[in-house]
Design a protein around this ligand. Sequence first.
Ligand code: MLT
Length: 264
Amino acid sequence: MKLKVNGYWMNVRENGQGRPVLLIHGYPLNSRLWKPQLEGLPDVARLIAPDLRGHGDSEALPGPYSMDLLADDCAALLDELSITEPVVVNGLSMGGYVAMAFARRYPERLAALVLTATRAGADSEAGKASRDQAAQQTREQGLDSIVESMLPKLLAPAHFKTRPDLVTEARAIMRNTSLDGVLGDLMAMKSRPDSTPSLAQIKVPARILFGSEDQIIPLSEARAMLAVLPDAGLNVIPEAGHLPNLEQPQPYNQLLGGFIQSLA
Ligand code: MLT
């Protein structure tokens, strides 16, 4: 469905009943990433997965974007859906950066936080330079060149031999991103703050979910977040890379569903 949110048309997938759970995708992805959760957990929660601005079937708005702006879009979506109770927010990778901004800006709207394949820290100087390079590559060579350079790092290495369906799916998801979305994300990620101090202030339960073979964000980042979050657990999912929810939906759904059900 499409909803007018913060002055633009946002595409949203929704399924299930119960506690609202916001599923925030990463870069350069969209809500289709969460299909296994939308289809697998409808009895556990009301799952709400937006396409962030510039992604999927949402409007392709030009930048600048920031994590705060994307978090505000998510809060405006909850308003549009008349959801006033606190929600579980699950962000994957860049979606985790948005989830951390949401936790900072709307602590009263947060029931629990799930951080999937993400990190708390800001970009290093080298990381910032590689955002600029990727932006230049996007302008000069287009979206497909970004998709093809990211794809080999997105999944667990073995999946490129054993799971052609996953490779096809990941490529198709990434291809449905606008150039404005890619450029907006890159600059938003480059300028995002270090969320480590604010993670230490989070009062609600948190869960960190990671693939054992994430080639984009190392497992050490999961342990660093675990060390600062006051009430958190970590689950590492075997034979999964940067998209554990898509690569290993069964164990991922069991962990996410169990966490949601454990909340009072
Ligand atoms: C993502 O998957 O959202 C991004 O790769 C995260 C990042 O580049 O920092």
